[in-house]
Design a protein around this ligand. Structure first.
Ligand code: FAD
Length: 472
């Protein structure tokens, strides 16, 4: 039996789904949101937010570890990892509750259960149906004019290796693990692997990161990766790049990890293994086949307005296979809701999407790397400024890294920015804003930046595009 009819039914309450639901409600639409687990999705519960909370602990430990330089002595210092995890859970819970309040305040009906798109347009012209297996038992069918698929993704596993959740973990188990292992192998040197490596090593776990590609954070600028690798080495995190995971074997105390690289085969012994090689989309068991929604390698392709091939069915977030980032999911959600409501919207420029990794030093970037800009035939200049020459960075005793801006010579268009160093994730939005509204490096350079701030490095790098940095 169908109950009342909605304008939009969102399946999945992560940063894609809940943001889409809010924007749709703001635009006057009647909205239902179906969530099978927790509002906030991976981001608030198991991903972005709890990792940042743990990273904050890691940062404090690192600062205390340099206490001598600041002239303070700590005797009998102890760091309890379990408390760090508890704090991260509290932060997550607080935000999840906040989303629940937002749902209520925006008049969005949250339906707790697993949603499936019903095939065959059985609801009549212009009507779709979403069947919900309710958490509380029983079922319900929602008749709706539009559906937004926002079901996200889950950890991708290495073929032939099935994480058991105890000794071989994915982020899902790792994020709530209170008993830190004494040693760990982390497979994958992308943002997730690197952030866990940072946290665990800071609490005394001996971490080895294994990466198949030639460098850590392989999608970032090469020089950025080099700065991060150098810092990880300093922190005694072992990075094995160009190294392939061949197999795992359980031992009495943990796991024996077999890897190969140009030196041949190597056996790594560790208490736990974390597999962090990316995500796979949650597009199975969603009724997409029967409803005729096209799926490619598991992802749901969408156009600029987040439409799938089936009228009235939209998709956003990790399930679309664009960029598996929370803010991208949210931005897509806003576009989808606006398109459904017939409101004005703005096409997303995926290349301009900010990408951040919150290890120490932090990494932040968007747009093209120098190699990509050259490949595409751009004539460009690079402005680069090192934090070593930035007063605030020195005052913070956090001076490794740089800001690099790439700009097209004739138009001044900002093609990309690559940063590594203190708080660069907080500095990036200025450059994203500049790119979005087509400001040139000259205009950034002419905007007076307060002194002393880390943001002066942006101004200097912008001056540097014309070879006119003041402090370089
Ligand atoms: P999700 O957040 O995955 O939410 C999907 C929701 O749909 C889930 O709640 C799920 O329960 C629900 N669902 C699935 N199927 C159904 C169904 N059939 N019926 C009902 N509900 C369903 N991104 C960043 O931008 N910054 C970061 O710092 C960052 N850190 C991360 C750290 C880790 C450890 C991980 C794993 C990810 C991180 N990410 C980060 C990525 C980010 O979490 C995802 O890109 C983001 O959560 C995707 O949002 P989404 O809405 O598409 O899906």
């Amino acid at each position: 039996m169908s109950d009342e009819r909605y304008d939009v039914t969102v399946i999945g309450g992560g940063p894609g789904g809940y943001v889409a639901a809010i924007r749709a409600a703001q635009l006057g639409l009647k909205v239902a949101l179906v969530e099978k687990e927790n509002l906030g999705g991976v981001c608030l519960n198991w991903g972005c937010v709890p990792t940042k909370s743990l990273l904050r602990n890691a940062e404090v430990i690192s600062l205390l570890g340099r206490g001598k330089d600041f002239g303070f002595r700590l005797e009998g210092f102890q760091a309890d990892y379990g408390v760090a995890v508890d704090r991260s859970r509290q932060v997550s819970e607080r935000l999840v509750k906040g989303v629940s309040v937002l749902m209520r305040e925006n008049g969005i009906e949250v339906v707790e259960g697993t949603g499936t798109l019903q095939g065959g347009g059985s609801g009549g012209a212009g009507t779709l149906q979403v069947a919900v297996a309710l958490k509380a038992g029983g079922g319900r069918t929602l008749a709706t004019r539009n559906v937004i698929l926002a079901t996200g993704g889950r950890a991708r596993s290495v073929p032939g290796i099935v994480p058991d959740g105890e000794r071989v973990l994915t982020y899902r188990e790792a994020i709530v693990l209170r008993d830190l292992p004494s040693s760990a192998v982390i497979v994958g040197a992308g943002p997730i692997g690197m952030e866990f490596a940072q946290v665990w090593q800071s609490y005394g776990c001996q971490v080895t990161v294994v990466e198949m590609l030639p460098r850590a954070l392989p999608l970032e600028d090469e020089e950025v990766s080099a700065v991060v690798a150098r810092n990880f080495k300093r922190q005694k995190i072992k990075l094995l790049t160009d190294t392939r995971l061949e197999g795992l074997e359980m031992t009495d105390g943990g796991v024996r990890v077999r890897v190969t690289n140009k030196k041949g085969e190597q056996i790594l012994e560790a208490e736990r293994v974390l597999v962090a090689i990316g995500i796979q989309p949650n597009s199975d068991n969603l009724g997409l086949d029967a409803a005729g929604v096209r799926v490619e390698r598991g992802f749901v392709p969408v156009d600029d307005e987040m439409r799938t091939n089936v009228p009235g069915v939209y998709a956003i977030g990790d399930v679309t296979g664009k960029l598996a980032l929370a803010h991208v999911a949210s931005a897509q959600g806003i576009v989808a809701a606006e398109c459904i409501a017939g409101a004005e919207t703005r096409r997303l420029d995926y290349e301009a999407m900010p990408r951040c990794t919150y290890c120490q030093p932090q990494v932040a970037s968007f747009g093209l790397s120098e190699a990509q800009a050259a490949e595409r035939g751009h004539t460009f200049k690079v402005g680069k400024f090192f934090f070593l020459a930035n007063g605030k960075a020195l005052a913070l005793d956090d001076r490794d890294g740089f800001v690099k801006i790439l700009a097209e010579v004739n138009s001044g268009e900002i093609l990309g920015a690559h940063m590594v160093g203190p708080e660069v994730t907080e500095l990036l939005p200025e450059l994203v804003l500049a790119r979005t509204w087509e400001l040139t490096p000259e205009e950034i350079a002419r905007a007076v930046h307060a002194h002393p701030t880390l943001s002066e490095a942006l101004m200097e790098a912008a001056h540097g595009v014309f070879g006119k940095a003041i402090h370089a």
